[in-house]
Unconditional design. Structure first.
Length: 100
């Protein structure tokens, strides 16, 4: 099992969704990943000047260049990613506990 599969299994177990069909579990994971990505982009855009925001928008069609640009502007980008992943995970677990 690769590291991403291990993470996914941990999230699935933490959310208590093991009994869901594989397709539904993947759907939940995809939504969580999408939410994390959106939050990261919001944080990045909030931290950029107007000129840098425009430059990043130009790079949107080239993800590798855009990531390099973000890494240059945010030396702590990895920490931002970890923080947002943790926040979404905590919120998902809290929501799962309220439902369950």
């Amino acid at each position: 099992m690769n590291p991403q599969e291990i993470i996914n299994e941990n999230i699935i177990a933490a959310l208590g969704i093991q009994a869901l069909p594989l397709e539904k579990k993947q759907e939940v994971l995809n939504k969580l990943v999408e939410l994390v990505q959106k939050r990261i982009m919001l944080r990045v855009m909030d931290g950029l000047s107007k000129e840098d925001g425009e430059k990043m928008a130009e790079l949107e069609k080239n993800p590798m260049e855009m990531l390099a640009f973000i890494a240059e502007k945010f030396p702590n980008f990895e920490e931002i990613v970890k923080e947002e992943v943790e926040k979404v995970k905590e919120e998902a677990l809290s929501a799962a506990e309220q439902v369950g």
